[in-house]
Design a protein around this ligand. Sequence first.
Ligand SMILES: Cc1cc2nc3c(=O)[nH]c(=O)nc-3n(C[C@H](O)[C@H](O)[C@H](O)COP(=O)(O)OP(=O)(O)OC[C@H]3O[C@@H](n4cnc5c(N)ncnc54)[C@H](O)[C@@H]3O)c2cc1C
Length: 253
Amino acid sequence: MQIAVCVKQIPDPATPYELDPETHFVVRPEDQIMDETDTYGVEVALQLAETTEGTVTLFSMGPTGTQQGIRRALATGADKAVIVDDPALKGSDALTTAKVLAAAIAREGFDLVITGTESTDGYTGVVPQQLAELLNIPSLTFAKRVDVTEDGSVRIERQTTAGYDVVEASTPALISVTSGVVEPRYPNFKGIMAAKKKPVDTVTAADLGISPSANQTIRSVEPVASREAGELVVDDGTGFERIVALLEETKVI
Ligand SMILES: Cc1cc2nc3c(=O)[nH]c(=O)nc-3n(C[C@H](O)[C@H](O)[C@H](O)COP(=O)(O)OP(=O)(O)OC[C@H]3O[C@@H](n4cnc5c(N)ncnc54)[C@H](O)[C@@H]3O)c2cc1C
């Protein structure tokens, strides 16, 4: 099975973000990490590749930098990576990103596409569904368990508020996985050394035969309003009355 995994490189959330004063975009450092959300997608892909004797190709759009995030995924066992690094795409919205990823994935060929549910920095949470639509394949979203059946279909347990639904589709298909679907493995020394020799193909939109243009501008950025101090009520034995009154005021009861 030929498995494509979308992995986004993001600035390390442990370091403060810096905004470009003119464009308001996040200044992307050379060293970016793989979004933790996507470590689950990579692990699911590796496990499926082991059981189906398949291959795992990583797809990422964004500034290449030191490729730290991509190399880490290669070190855990992915076979190769395709990075779309094109300054003309800076400021792309989710749909443009999906178009670019779809073109890159279609060019390589695939049986299964795996994504995270939403990234931790942009988090529109719509790239997976757009990607499936553009590739004209079914999307099985919010997977908390993924299996390949004997006839080569994919079956997932789809997380819902009440529990989960079992959803199945023939391949090619796209699956978005939730955090916690599996326990991502850590790269070992052998994997880290092997990753240095694995192919990383860096391409532009023109190489993919497409010409999408960045279409998103950020007019201003405002800090999140700080929370107002809460009201402290000392319980003199009638505290429950105050709680009931507050619940009524906010129409909870
Ligand atoms: C030069 C350049 C600069 C960029 N700068 C930024 C920036 O400052 N901030 C920013 O958020 N984005 C940036 N991007 C990336 C792109 O614009 C966003 O990925 C896109 O807007 C969708 O983001 P999202 O996080 O909301 O997607 P979501 O729908 O929340 O992501 C869901 C899943 O889709 C997949 N996915 C999403 N985006 C990508 C991606 N780029 N590559 C691979 N898989 C992906 C992942 O599996 C992810 O878990 C940049 C891209 C380029 C080329």
